[in-house]
Design a protein around this ligand. Sequence first.
Ligand code: SF4
Length: 255
Amino acid sequence: MTASGLLFNIQKFSLHDGPGIRTVVFFKGCPLACKWCSNPESQRAKPCLFHDGGKSVPDSREYSLQETLDICLQDRPFYEESGGGVTLSGGEVLTQRRFAVDLLRALRRENIHCAIETSGCAPREVFDEVSGEADLLLFDIKHFDEGRHIEGTGAGMAPIIANLKSALSRGRETLPRLPVIPGYNDSPEDARGFAALLVSLGLKQAQLLPFHHFGEKKYDMLNIPYPMRGLPRLHPEDLEEFRGIIAGQGIDCFF
Ligand code: SF4
């Protein structure tokens, strides 16, 4: 059993990361570098410092498996009441394979519903092992075009799509989630590109995640430039045409 995992947050009472009321466990480390990332501290796989008003505080710490499990189990009555559970997020949960697998197994032994939120960017055997332990995959798709994917995230999409196909072929319950970023993937043409990809994969649902600025202060506290500064945030009403194009292909597309 894994001794510990490097986490940068455990957030209770989340309503946006899977069904019902959930506890979200945020893993540190990510192979991508999305320009719009709202958790920039998540990208480095080792502890960093936040600088705020002359104070420096660690952005993360090691949690033992038992400690993490105990925190998650504190809210069992809320999960049972709401049909919720625990979501492993990040960063990228796949970067800490053993801790992720051990935590998912421990939670499922307690009959807790488990989701993972993932970019799918990992070697196939890692993806298959971790995703095989979750009840639900929240699978982010950043773009449908290889060149634009590299431009926005620093990585190609071939292994990501291959892993998504693997999950679907194994019958894993999967909800694709599309972060919609102004000037990057928010045009009607982009919506048609996403729709074509979703249809080609046989997917019937997609959740849109409109761009927001929630991570901006963290960039300042890490002393790194925020690439999206000054870009407008998006609201569901801004994306009705975008949503309608995807829905027009028979995909249940929602926010
Ligand atoms: S995949 Fe998620 S955590 Fe990783 S860089 Fe992109 S937005 Fe940030």
